[in-house]
Design a protein around this ligand. Structure first.
Ligand code: UT7
Length: 329
């Protein structure tokens, strides 16, 4: 057992000002508010519209707010991990760009790519640096500018995604608060259902890629839906079983916000009362790696020191998992 847990000691998030409502989408593609609301639970999304702005700009705003809230000086931060599938560029990494924009001169960092499970994977990774005793202040970010890879003529995907960034500060805790346990999984069999084929080394940007819209995100929703419910439920069950916990022991479930029907199905399968399941998909849509920190930020006032939280996510890869966390403040 490690002497330290990695506790979340602060949380902040940033959403761009501009919104894209269901009514706006009705003018862009063959869809309607009734379909979007009943099938996904989404009413609006926030979109980063300012020219030249990118994922790192949203994340830098979230991190500045995090440093302010936690009274942390930028020079104290040692490591920054940014979970994203929409990096500013393929390199340099977005974490490094964020550190530069915020002025965190003593921090090294790296990006982590696990799609909608990115924040969960990054949180567990960041926690290991604290638990080892080598790091005292680690920032974990989930940030995605999904509007940069969404095809706004494809009604099956453009109604779902939005832009946002969230960030947490991890610090050592010796009283049992923080990340307790994680179940993280991946299965490449899901790669064909949810991906972005263009722009990487397999299909570098070319006229062919553009003509075939391979620069955009692709999703075959139905198989992803089924796998998401199954993956999240199984991971939550596994982490609860091995920590000897029943639903009454859990104060909050924090699920990835991909679809209200998925969120409710996971809650019902696990016998969690729906009022103890965090939800904000209605306001932001699916912001990929940002959904979990954005949820924690929105519910921060309702959290109490010592609360047991289960975070769970599912995304492209497939990747999925669940993390048990004892809230630290
Ligand atoms: O975050 C990463 C992981 N991602 C997920 O977890 C997403 C999982 N999948 C989903 O959330 C759902 O599958 C979607 C929201 C993407 C789609 O909902 P669905 O209930 O699975 O719809 P569907 O794909 O089965 O389509 C049903 C019908 C189709 O028409 P037909 O073939 O029945 O005539 C679609 O063409 O709905 C049609 N449709 C739409 N109609 C109006 C698809 N998109 C739209 C739309 N507006 N935006």
């Amino acid at each position: 057992m490690s002497r330290f847990n990695a506790a979340i000691t602060g949380i902040a998030a940033y959403v761009p000002e501009a919104t894209l409502t269901n009514a706006d989408l009705e003018k862009m593609v063959d869809t309607n508010d009734e379909w979007i609301t009943s099938r996904t639970g989404i009413k609006k999304r926030h979109i980063l519209k300012e020219k030249g702005k990118a994922t790192s700009d949203m994340a830098a705003e979230a991190v500045k707010e995090l440093l302010r809230k936690t009274n942390t000086h930028a020079d104290e931060v040692e490591l920054v991990i940014c979970a994203t599938v929409t990096p500013d560029m393929s390199f340099p990494d977005t974490a490094n760009t964020i550190s530069y924009k915020v002025g965190m001169k003593n921090a090294y960092g790296f990006d982590l790519s696990a799609a909608c499970s990115g924040f969960l994977f990054a949180l567990t990774t960041g926690a290991k640096f604290i638990e080892s005793g080598t790091h005292k202040k680690v920032i974990v970010i989930g940030a995605d500018m999904m509007s940069s890879i969404v095809d706004y003529t494809d009604r099956t995907t453009c109604v779902i995604f939005g832009d946002a960034a969230g960030a947490v500060l991890l610090e050592p805790d010796t009283d049992g608060h923080g990340v307790i346990d994680s179940v993280l999984k991946a299965d490449g069999v899901g790669g064909k259902y949810l991906n972005r084929k263009g722009g990487g080394s397999k299909n570098p940007i070319s006229q062919y890629v553009i003509d075939n819209k391979m620069q955009y995100l692709y999703q075959d929703g139905r198989p992803v839906f089924k796998a998401a419910v199954n993956g999240m439920t199984t991971a939550v069950k596994e982490v609860m079983d091995r920590n000897d916990l029943s639903p009454e022991d859990i104060n909050w479930v924090v699920p990835h916000q991909a679809n209200m029907r998925i969120i409710n199905a996971v809650a019902d399968f696990m016998d969690f009362p729906r009022e103890r399941v965090m939800k904000n998909i209605e306001k932001y849509g699916n912001t990929t790696a940002a959904t979990l920190p954005l949820c924690l930020r929105d519910y921060e006032d309702q959290l109490k020191k010592g609360d047991n939280l289960i975070l769970t996510a599912f995304g492209g890869g497939f990747t999925w998992g669940a993390t048990l966390l004892k809230w630290g403040y």
